[in-house]
Design a protein around this ligand. Structure first.
Ligand code: ATP
Ligand code: MG
Ligand code: FE
Length: 336
């Protein structure tokens, strides 16, 4: 089975070819980060234009590297949401045009289900499982009792983890996207600054990062007013420790309550060195639960993960029609 994945939900244009839902034959990612950097974040209109410029080039390269043609494809899987509507539309329309022209089945995929299924490119999934999804727009704990079944047991009530990283980075005058820069600084600092942790109500699996973000901003401003210099390394380390502490503690509690066999780390923030290390160490002490941490290239947006999620849908008989449309607010629990 050969599936082509197409991903254009944000600022990466990506096309991939995946064999049998788990082997990557090609995974081409064209990033627009350089174009958005000077604005300090993704500008939707610029993102759409870049996708239009890049999609054909990326597509041809994906087929070339996989050494296959359209005749070999069993399905085309495309991110239909959530994401930026103008960006999503480029991928959705490319997928529809190709599916129609070459008479290939079309499968719409939820972007976050893609992030989760990136793990199937690493290892076989074992149910029931729990996925810790930490990305630029999402922070959630997703319980899966079987393929294609998603139950969100906790989610952020305000900022996503990646969003908090990027905003804190901005306060420290670091370039966009700030996550990797904070991560790097955190390795060199000491978590000596006292910052809050939002545990929320007892038993809640929800998250909140806006209070932490404000605390970081206040710490910087108060120091400036006193004419003091705060160590960016220590601040980054303290911020990172607070984020990781809450993420890992809640994940471990959910693992116990839901008695899962496997935990999958997913989303762009899964590239975080501190998070990866802390999770690995915590799960080394739990021999009955397997932790899966994808390689960095599969954590951030890419089309191989969309093809992997699409492969499962395709096997289940799910097909999209030519009425498929971009859906910026697509719900993962309804969309299987
Ligand atoms: P979503 O997947 O929710 O739609 P998105 O696709 O924009 O959002 P991703 O591409 O999955 O998000 O992840 C991008 C985010 O990951 C950015 O916020 C970025 O700062 C963050 N990130 C990347 N690397 C790291 C890192 N090493 N440490 C912390 N954050 C990181
Ligand atoms: Mg991105
Ligand atoms: Fe993403």
């Amino acid at each position: 089975q050969w599936i082509m994945g197409i991903e254009t939900s944000c600022d990466e244009t990506s096309v991939a070819i995946v064999k049998n839902g788990k082997e990557i034959a090609s995974n081409i990612v064209s990033s627009q980060i350089e174009s958005h950097k000077r604005f300090g974040g993704v500008v939707p209109e610029i993102a759409s234009r870049h996708h239009v410029e890049q999609i054909t080039i990326v597509l041809e390269e994906a087929l070339r590297q996989a050494n296959i043609g359209f005749d070999d494809l069993d399905a085309i899987a495309v991110t239909e949401g959530p994401g930026l509507v103008g960006a999503l539309l480029v991928g959705v329309n490319a997928a529809k045009a190709l599916a129609f022209a070459h008479n290939i089945p079309l499968v719409g995929v939820h972007h976050i289900s893609g992030h989760i299924y990136a793990n199937r490119l690493v290892t076989e999934l074992k149910f029931p499982l729990l996925s810790l999804v930490v990305s630029g727009g999402h922070t959630e704990l997703v319980y899966m009792k079987e393929h294609g079944h998603f139950e969100v047991i906790g989610e952020t009530r305000d900022d996503a983890a990646g969003e908090a990283y990027d905003k804190v980075a901005r306060t420290l005058n670091l370039p966009y996207p700030g996550g990797p820069h904070i991560d790097r600084l955190a390795q060199e600092g000491n978590p000596a600054i006292n910052l809050p942790r939002a545990w929320l109500e007892e038993g809640s699996y929800d998250f909140s990062f806006s209070g932490l973000k404000s605390a970081v901003i206040n710490t910087v401003h108060n120091a400036e007013q006193r004419g003091e210099k705060i160590s960016p390394e220590d601040l980054a380390a303290s911020f990172q420790e607070s984020v990781i502490d809450v993420l890992v503690t809640k994940t471990l509690r959910a693992v116990e309550e839901y008695k899962v066999k496997q935990v999958l780390l997913a989303g762009g923030v899964a590239a975080n060195k501190g998070l990866r290390k802390t999770l690995q160490e915590a799960f080394d002490k739990l021999p009955n639960v397997e932790i899966v941490i994808p390689p960095l290239k599969l954590c951030t947006d890419n089309a191989a993960m969309i093809a992997a999620a699409g492969s499962i849908l395709f096997e289940k008989g799910v097909r999209s029609t030519m009425a498929l449309n971009a859906n910026p607010g697509l719900d993962i629990t309804i969309h299987n």
